[in-house]
Design a protein around this ligand. Sequence first.
Ligand SMILES: Cc1cc2nc3c(=O)[nH]c(=O)nc-3n(C[C@H](O)[C@H](O)[C@H](O)COP(=O)(O)OP(=O)(O)OC[C@H]3O[C@@H](n4cnc5c(N)ncnc54)[C@H](O)[C@@H]3O)c2cc1C
Length: 261
Amino acid sequence: MSFENATKIIDFKKYSSIKIGPAVEALVINEIGDYSDYQIIGRANNLLVSNTPPKFAVLGESFDYIKQEGDKLYVGCATTSGKLLTYVRKNDIANLEFLAKLPGNLGGLVKMNAGLKSWEIFNYIDKIKTKDGYIKKEDVAYSYRHTELNTIVYEVVFNIEKGFSKDKLKEFNKMRDNQPQMASAGSCFKNPKGDFAGRSIQEIGLKGFKKGDMSFSEVHANFLVNEGNGTYEDAIYLINEAKRRIKKEFDIEIEEEIVIF
Ligand SMILES: Cc1cc2nc3c(=O)[nH]c(=O)nc-3n(C[C@H](O)[C@H](O)[C@H](O)COP(=O)(O)OP(=O)(O)OC[C@H]3O[C@@H](n4cnc5c(N)ncnc54)[C@H](O)[C@@H]3O)c2cc1C
């Protein structure tokens, strides 16, 4: 089935995991093309959106598919992590167990090189598809929670290895036990080399620190959580305060993991 491009209203106060942001019209892309005027987003699990955002685009249903051919898995970038995890479990495919409770769609996962500890999505990729065709993993610069991808990714091709591990799945789920249940965008800052951002935030006294309805969680200090009516301004205030204090205390330039628009 093919779909045409369309538009839809995205209300970031509902759509984003941190429950902040305006309601705006977004382009729904169903055909590969050049959309350089637009900022692509996924499921907004890693975003903090201001009241003056760029023009957004999301991938539509044409990019929500999973196909297996030989030892390769072709997955459209609108596919959610949950759907992909269900597929690999049912089809006894190894390595993607870490997607358990890691929210997003494949486009967002790839751009962020999302993962948990040493498991990262790029470890299992063969190539990605952009408007210019397939690009081999080796030709993409990527590192911890970072890629140099500045274009829309439409499809990801994974190398298939057999053997889904229920034990790993259990382990990954357990690693989430210390994760706050409140609205957030996941980890606010990337971990500095050899350390944990949460520890630094705790040491500078910002664990549990509040501005309006926003705070660095009492449960896990690197989660910036929204108790209900948190605003973009309060979130930015806390982010800047943490950066300032960590620089002063430890002389470290801590970097946001959250993407701010
Ligand atoms: C409770 C919670 C737990 C989390 N735990 C983890 C974790 O353990 N590990 C981890 O890594 N992250 C974690 N996150 C963050 C988030 O889940 C990941 O960053 C995820 O990859 C975001 O996917 P998304 O679809 O929501 O992307 P979005 O937040 O919508 O976008 C993220 C980035 O990807 C870009 N992007 C989106 N789609 C495309 C595309 N098709 N092509 C190119 N660029 C694109 C956007 O421009 C943006 O820069 C967590 C978040 C929450 C709320």
